[in-house]
Structures are given as structure tokens and as C-alpha cells.
Write a protein that binds this ligand. Structure first.
Ligand SMILES: *Cc1c(COP(=O)(O)O)cnc(C)c1O
Length: 393
């Protein structure tokens, strides 16, 4: 049976845990999304913007010098960092805003942590001339002042969220609250494979273009399938986008890399799968960082985009059935990964993507025979240069 089932369940995870007022709009969104999935005109329009505006297909680049240093691995990078706005997020925001247009909505809202999803949303809202309000925690607004400025330049309004930990999860709560009040004219663009059904399947569907392209490109280059797929996992959209098209390819092993922050034993990390327990956050059930009382814990990672206490329900499911394996890389290791890619390939990755790069060293020691790997390079590092400089100073 294809997953999710008709209730949005991936095994025991997923579902739709929302206020009554949102049930009917989610049911409507679900119906429209499933019909657009088979709608030739819609698919053509989506791929038109992916190609002409975002810059797809992205390259599958053989990283020779990186591979040589790691000896047992032949590494290919899926270059999502080359897309417009610098990361994979544009795939999803383009898809969702086209759905919003089909539904006749005139206003877009979004939540953002690092500001990356906010910028990608403000970008497509400007592209189609729709009003756009982005919720962002005060803490994050301070840490990511440049992205706040970018969103404003793009014509979006950034709404400061002062509640709770003043970060992503609080911004998401406020966005849901806004949506409850304004469902008639407002479309909520969620930034990862999280949220109530149908968001996890919808975002996965839009991001699957990553894996579909990579699968074809790899087969053309190597005449066979890769042994490993490696991607960083925040909410899990770039990883699921790469993994999903390979789901049925049993020989392909999938590795999701979570952020171990200051270390898994310190409690200061974002490893929802490694250290979480099943719970409900933002409308769906998944693995979630919680304290002994079941309160959601504040996540930490050097990479703002991985700094989320939950993870998409489909990843929790992949882990539960053993289809993917989840590992964790800490802040210091991620910095090393970033420097390694910069020095060997002349590519400065986003700190998020640097987690996936950093894991390659461990993987190189783990494999029994030479192996071929696709790594999702989810974004470029320009946005992180300030953080990196502060750290090195
Ligand atoms: C937002 C972001 C991530 C994390 O989000 P996922 O949904 O887990 O993909 C990873 N890399 C970059 C560059 C990002 O901007």
C-alpha cells in the first residue's frame, strides 16, 4: 500500500492533530493536492518554474579530490546549492505557491527559523505578487538579521514572535494560529516534511525532484545504482527528497545525518530520531525531543536550519522499519566537514549540508569494499560565513 494511508499515517507516525477549524481546510488541500499530482497542466507549470526560474536540473558532480582523500568512497554531490536562493527550499515553495494560486488564495504565511524558508517563501510570493507574512522568533531575528532584511527587500512582512523560546517551534505555533483565523484567504507554506497531513506528503512530493534527477543522472554516469545516499536531516525535506525515489531500490542504503550539536549527552542537540520519543508537534506524530514531563525541548545546532526539536513523520517511519539509518554529527565535526569540502573542491557548503559531508569520513571507515555515494548538498555556505568567522576568531 502506498504511504501515507488515507489518514496521512506513515506506520504509527504522521496524521492530523489540529484544531477543528483547520480540519475542513486540510481536507480541501488534500483533495486538491492529490488531483494536481495527476494534473498534466499543473506538473508542466511546476517544472517550467523549476527549470526557468530556480535553475533545475541541478548537477550531479563527481567530487574527485574529496573522494581521493577518503579512499574507499566515490562521491557524487547533488548540487542543490546552485539553485536560486541557494538551497533546495525553493523546490517546495514554488510547488506550494502554485497550489495556493489554484485554490484562489491571496495571502501567504510561513514560519521560519534560520530565515531560509522565509526567504524562499518571500521570493515566490514576490514572483507571483501575493501578500506574504513570515513568522519568526525574536531570538532568530537577532541571529539572522540579514535574512530578515532580505525578506523585507522582497516585500514580505516579518512578524516577531516573542513567546516561548522565541525560535522556530514558537514561530510555527503562531503561524498555525494565524491560519486558523484567516483560512479563507490565506495559504500556509510549511518549510519541511512536517506538519499535519497532507503537508509531509506534499513537501516530499515537491522535493522528490532531487532524487528523481539524481537517480537518472547516476545511472547515466555509472550504469548502476549508488550504494549509499547521505543527507542532513532537520525537518527532513532535502533528505526525503533524495531518498524517496530510491525507496524500492533495496540495495541502496540511506543515511540521514542529524545534528548532535554540542554532543548527544549534553542535551544540547537536534537529534530527534537518535534521542527523541514519539510525540505530537505541529499537527503530526513523530519522534520528538521532550523532557521527562513530555514538554518539547529546545533544540541546538550550529546550523540554524537543523535547529528543530522534531523530524518529519516519514523519517520516523523509515527508521522504524529499518529502511534508513540515522546518525549524528556534532558542531565541531560539521565545521571540519565544511573546511574539508572548501579545501578539496572549492565549494563552501551550508553548515547544514556540512553535517552530511562530515559523516563521509566515518562512512569511509565503515564500508567493507569501495562504495559509491550520492550526498545531497542542500545549500551553499554564503549565509553562514559570518557565523563561521565568529567561531574561528
Ligand atoms: C533548511 C535547510 C536544511 C534543513 O531542512 P530539511 O527540511 O531537513 O531539508 C538543510 N540544508 C539547508 C541548506 C537548509 O536551508
Amino acid at each position: 500500500m502506498p504511504l501515507p494511508d488515507r489518514y496521512g499515517h506513515f506506520g504509527e507516525f504522521g496524521g492530523r492533530f489540529v484544531p477543528e477549524t483547520l480540519m475542513s481546510v486540510l481536507a480541501e488541500l488534500e483533495k486538491i493536492f492529490y488531483s494536481l499530482r495527476k494534473d498534466r497542466g499543473f506538473q508542466k507549470e511546476f517544472h517550467h518554474y523549476l527549470q526557468e526560474y530556480a535553475g533545475r536540473p541541478t548537477r550531479l558532480y563527481h567530487a574527485e579530490r574529496l573522494s581521493k582523500g577518503l579512499k574507499t568512497l566515490k562521491i557524487y554531490l547533488k548540487r542543490e546549492d546552485l539553485l536560486h536562493t541557494g538551497a533546495h527550499k525553493i523546490n517546495n515553495t514554488l510547488g506550494q505557491i502554485l497550489v495556493a494560486r489554484r485554490m484562489g488564495k491571496s495571502r501567504i504565511i510561513a514560519e521560519t527559523g534560520a530565515g531560509q524558508h522565509g526567504v524562499a517563501t518571500a521570493t515566490v510570493a514576490a514572483l507571483f505578487g501575493l501578500r506574504c507574512d513570515v513568522y519568526m522568533g525574536s531570538q532568530d531575528m537577532k541571529r539572522q538579521a540579514l535574512n530578515v532584511f532580505r525578506m523585507k527587500l522582497l516585500g514580505a512582512r516579518v512578524i516577531e514572535v516573542k513567546s516561548g523560546s522565541q525560535t522556530l517551534k514558537d514561530a510555527m505555533n503562531e503561524a498555525i494560529r494565524d491560519w486558523v483565523t484567516n483560512v479563507r484567504d490565506t495559504f500556509y507554506i510549511i518549510g519541511s516534511v512536517a506538519g499535519p497531513h497532507p503537508y509531509p506528503v506534499m513537501v516530499r512530493n515537491f522535493q522528490s525532484v532531487i532524487g528523481q534527477e539524481a537517480r537518472k543522472q547516476f545511472l547515466a554516469r555509472e550504469g548502476r545504482l549508488p550504494d549509499y545516499l547521505v543527507a542532513c536531516v532537520g525537518g527532513g525535506s532535502n533528505a526525503m527528497g533524495l531518498f524517496h525515489p530510491f525507496f524500492g531500490d533495496r540495495s541502496v542504503q540511506m543515511i540521514g545525518v542529524e545534528a548532535a550539536g554540542l554532543g548527544l549527552s549534553t542535551g544540547q542537540h537536534s537529534a530527534a530520531i537518535a534521542r527523541g520519543k514519539p510525540g505530537v508537534l505541529h499537527g503530526s506524530k513523530s519522534q520528538l525531543l521532550q523532557d521527562a514531563d513530555g514538554q518539547v525541548r529546545v533544540a541546538h545546532s550550529i546550523a540554524a536550519g537543523l535547529d528543530y526539536p522534531g523530524v518529519g513523520p516519514e523519517h520516523a517511519y523509515y527508521q522504524s522499519i529499518g529502511r534508513a539509518q540515522y546518525v549524528a554529527v556534532n558542531d565541531a565535526q560539521a565545521m571540519k566537514g565544511l573546511k574539508l569540502l572548501a579545501a578539496t573542491e572549492g565549494i563552501i557548503p551550508a553548515l547544514e549540508s556540512a553535517h552530511a559531508i562530515a559523516y563521509l569520513e566515518k562512512l569511509a571507515h565503515r564500508v567493507r569494499r569501495p562504495s559509491r555515494v550520492i550526498v545531497c548538498l542542500s545549500g551553499r555556505g554564503d549565509k553562514d560565513v559570518g557565523t563561521i568567522k565568529d567561531l574561528l576568531d
